[in-house]
Design a protein around this ligand. Sequence first.
Ligand code: ATP
Ligand code: MG
Ligand code: MG
Length: 373
Amino acid sequence: MHDLRAIASLFDMRADFVHAHPYGSGHINDTYCAWYDLSGKRVRFIHQRINHNVFKDPVALMKNVERVTQHALSRLLEANHPEAYRRTLTCIPSVDGSAWAFDADGNCWRTYPFIERARGYDEIESLMQAQEAAKAFGEFQKLTADLGGERLNETIPNFHHTPTRLENLEKAIVAADPDRREAAADLIEFALSRSGDCHKVTDLIESGAVPERVTHNDTKLNNVLLDDVTSEGVCVIDLDTTMPGSVLYDFGDMIRTACPTTREDEVDLRKIDLRTDRLEALLKGYLSSASSFLNQCEIDHLAFSGKLLTLECGMRFLTDFLEGDVYFKIKRPNHNLDRCRSQFALVKAIEKRLPEMEDLVQTIAGRVESAVV
Ligand code: ATP
Ligand code: MG
Ligand code: MG
């Protein structure tokens, strides 16, 4: 536990620190909820230490977060949104006026107002939640769609660049311990047989058919806070990977994380399938907010994006297994292998359902369009 009173003193809090405790179920940063006294009233804030092992340049990251949140806030205020300050994260400045502060140990910290009366869910409990989360991610993309100025910094270079992920896998196959390579033989074959898919989206971006936009890149359910009363998606959080990307990365990862019938490391592969009711909920939510700016090529690849992002994630688990389990935390031997096997089983399920998924996309896109006209 860090000395949160000392951290508080780095920021321009304009309220008196009372106490703080670790908060939430995030896996990357150290998150604290801190209570303050503001003229006799208790208010709380989030203080977060950025994990600089994952994000090598926290200042570049915070410059992105600052620009994106300021832009989103000004768009919300221009639109006279009654809850503008609840609909986007906002950075509390440090005492020297920047959106971040370094402690004596060289850790980079940031502070956000606590978004009240809403919370994130680690597991999806209803179709409504999937729909609302997808709508919120679409709104986030819409709010940041006209961000001017320089290209955002890439906080993790090539994060969703699938051809690079494939190259990394190929290198790991060559360098792997022979026993590990043998244990993963069927999965290696599976991945390499889909190598043609890896280039599809990057080729579309290069040709200009799919535009580069500001994307979130970590679109799981618990990165949207849902209103405690209405379940409405209130605020998209966890902006560490917000950078230039394709909406297909964001939507594909929504499919990968929200639609499987099982958990990520399910070992009984017969249980793994794609829930089309969840996909329908995602599409309804996402297209209700994003259809106004998406182009036809993006819409036409929404179903495929689920396959691509699942394949990519499986390849990352496989690469880590071949490299000796150095990146993802494992709880048992072969954990990365099981995770990869489960992702590839989902890829197979998606391949089988792709025509059905494509139909669903076109039906819902058509419905949203005719509702607008
Ligand atoms: P992940 O494992 O998803 O990458 P992380 O370590 O990057 O997580 P965050 O997702 O940014 O951390 O935050 C962790 C948790 O803290 C969130 O899931 C959410 O419950 C809570 N949280 C973060 N920011 C706020 C906020 N401004 N208001 C309320 N709760 C917040
Ligand atoms: Mg998170
Ligand atoms: Mg995160």
